[in-house]
Design a protein around this ligand. Structure first.
Ligand code: GLU
Length: 447
């Protein structure tokens, strides 16, 4: 068995903190974390902050926040690569001494000599745990700089030096590093260090199959956090971008993911990010909350929008109607507004289509009469009254259903109409139906 996939597995996330944390990067962190937790090994963090111009303290904090928000706990103190410069340079000296590297004034610039690593001059290959066997011909494997003429160590040297020092035996990273891996393997060999296993993850792409970027929508962990999505949902969703449990389950708890996750089932094709799918999963996570937590959050969202529920019992009747429809907390007030205030806004398109059409207001007033006459203002009674009226007038139920929905909620869609009417109650419903004429006039003063 591959020692990298036992309880002695030591893997790491090694981000370069040069900006916001992209979902592709954090997915790499998640996969590393899951492998470590699944096998009972270690998950470490190394901040590759050697680019002094681009690595900022804010970007480092961004990485730490994203990991904290997603629950990506680490098992040892984080390593800051910038503090290890001397060790990197010592390693270059070692390679020079053993003849695996040489000095050269590249291009005779007169700016000093760089340290160049000598590739072994033979074909190289490795078994990638995701991509399978990979090979490259000697002719395509050129010597490369490990210390620049300005004395700064290069990524390849620092990355390998730190992985060796941290005893990393499994490197899981993005497949933009496949080409680098041949160089890294040659460095391990030259240093006589044990080789880690490698798993290169395919990219996250957009609908056109291009790398998913900010232009396609929210691409940074911070965006998802700011928009009120649940970290558990993002965690679950990102795991599924490239891995599946082998059946069609999609809603998987963190414990289930730890138990099931396996590099064998990481696909080698790019995974497409689909925001609609993610929102649905987020909605599922919200609905999985205990009722009392859901209610607390729901009430807090209303309060933020200045909406105060009349009483608890009313709230308990409204929530089940909206639960299916709310996909993220910040949408709550918009979806729920008309339940808690008469000053809700009207969707102009819906008004034009449903209330301004020929006969709509007359139908609405006739329906209002029928509703007003009901002894019990219940969903079943309202439903029956509407259908009877439609039949009497030789019209379709839809000719009444749509206008009343828009008049009472301002929206074209929403929860089951008769249930929402029952919950809103006789007074609000009849009042709003009577005001529909005014509403239409106020939205379109010229008519
Ligand atoms: N800092 C590199 C990156 O973010 C790390 C690569 C690695 O994981 O080895 O791409």
């Amino acid at each position: 068995m591959n020692t990298a996939l036992t309880s002695s597995v030591r893997c790491r996330f090694a981000p370069s903190p040069t900006g916001n944390v992209h979902i592709g990067n954090i997915r790499t962190a998640i996969y590393n974390w899951l492998v470590a937790r699944h096998h009972g090994g270690k998950f470490l963090l190394r901040i590759e902050d050697t680019d002094r111009e681009r690595s900022t303290p804010e970007a480092v904090q961004g990485v730490l926040n994203a990991m904290d928000w997603l629950g990506l706990t680490i098992d040892e103190e984080p390593v800051y690569q910038s503090t290890r410069r001397e060790a990197h340079l010592a390693m270059a000296e070692q390679l020079l001494a053993s003849g695996h590297a040489y000095k050269e004034d590249k291009g005779n610039t007169g700016r000093g000599e760089a340290v160049i690593f000598r590739m072994p001059g033979e074909d190289m290959g490795f078994d990638d745990l995701v991509k399978g066997p990979l090979r490259k011909a000697a002719a395509d494997l050129k010597d490369f700089v490990i210390v620049r003429s300005d004395g700064n160590p290069v990524f390849h040297l620092s990355n390998v030096a730190d992985d060796i020092a941290m005893n990393i035996n499994l490197v899981i990273r993005g497949d933009d590093h496949v080409e680098n891996t041949y160089r890294h393997l040659a460095l391990y060999q030259a240093l006589g260090a044990p080789l880690p296993s490698f798993a290169h993850l395919p990219m996250i792409v957009n609908h056109q199959g291009k790398p998913y970027s900010k232009r396609d929508g929210d691409a940074y962990v911070g965006d998802f956090q700011a928009k009120g999505y649940l970290p558990e949902a993002l965690f679950n969703f990102l795991v599924l971008l490239g891995w599946s449990p082998g059946d069609d389950r999609e809603f998987l708890s963190r414990e289930e993911l730890v138990a099931l996750f396996d590099l064998d089932r990481v696909g080698s094709n790019p995974a497409q990010f689909d925001l609609v799918k993610f929102e649905n999963l987020n909605g599922q996570y919200m609905r999985a909350l205990p009722d009392s937590d859901y209610k607390t959050q729901f009430t807090a969202c209303l309060a933020e929008a200045g909406l105060i529920p009349d009483d608890d019992a009313y709230l308990d009747r409204v929530i089940p109607l909206l639960k299916e429809r709310i996909k993220k907390w910040p949408d709550t007030a918009e979806q729920a507004h008309y339940f808690f205030s008469d000053h809700f806004s009207f969707d102009e398109k819906a008004v034009r289509k449903r209330l301004q059409r020929e006969g709509a207001l007359e139908n609405l007033l006739a329906l209002r009469e029928a509703f007003a006459a009901l002894p019990d203002f219940t969903a079943t009674a309202l439903d029956e009254a509407l259908r009877n009226l439609a039949e009497q007038q030789g019209a379709k139920p839809a000719d009444f259903i749509h206008p009343v929905r828009v008049a009472v909620t301002g929206q074209a869609g929403g929860p089951s109409l008769f249930e929402l009417l029952e919950v809103l109650g006789r007074d609000r419903v009849l009042d709003r139906m009577a005001k529909a004429k005014e509403t239409v006039a106020s939205l379109n003063p010229s008519e």
